[in-house]
Design a protein. Structure first.
Length: 91
């Protein structure tokens, strides 16, 4: 399996960092490290996350990383990180 981040997911990561860094730059950096490390567990267990049936026939799933939701899609042997956000955000 291979892991790839979409441009939207990378933009989400930057947005979250910038929001947190205004208050606590150290916490912002730790959060980004945690969020970027989390999907590596999917390389050995890609179907770990909850399946989101509303996207069928695509195989879109989600995992929770602390208070953050990360959505990803499995396409053949590639895992695409699609989006991520804090669970308190209105999504």
């Amino acid at each position: 399996m291979e892991l790839k981040w979409t441009s939207k997911a990378l933009s989400d990561l930057v947005r979250l960092y910038e929001f947190l860094a205004l208050v606590n730059p150290g916490a912002a950096a730790r959060t980004v490290r945690s969020l970027t490390a989390a999907p590596t567990c999917l390389l050995t267990n890609p179907r770990l996350g909850e399946s989101l049936e509303e996207f069928a026939p695509r195989e879109v799933r989600r995992i929770l990383v602390g208070h953050y939701e990360m959505r990803y899609e499995i396409v053949e042997s590639v895992i695409y990180v699609l989006r991520l956000w804090h669970t308190r955000e209105d999504r």
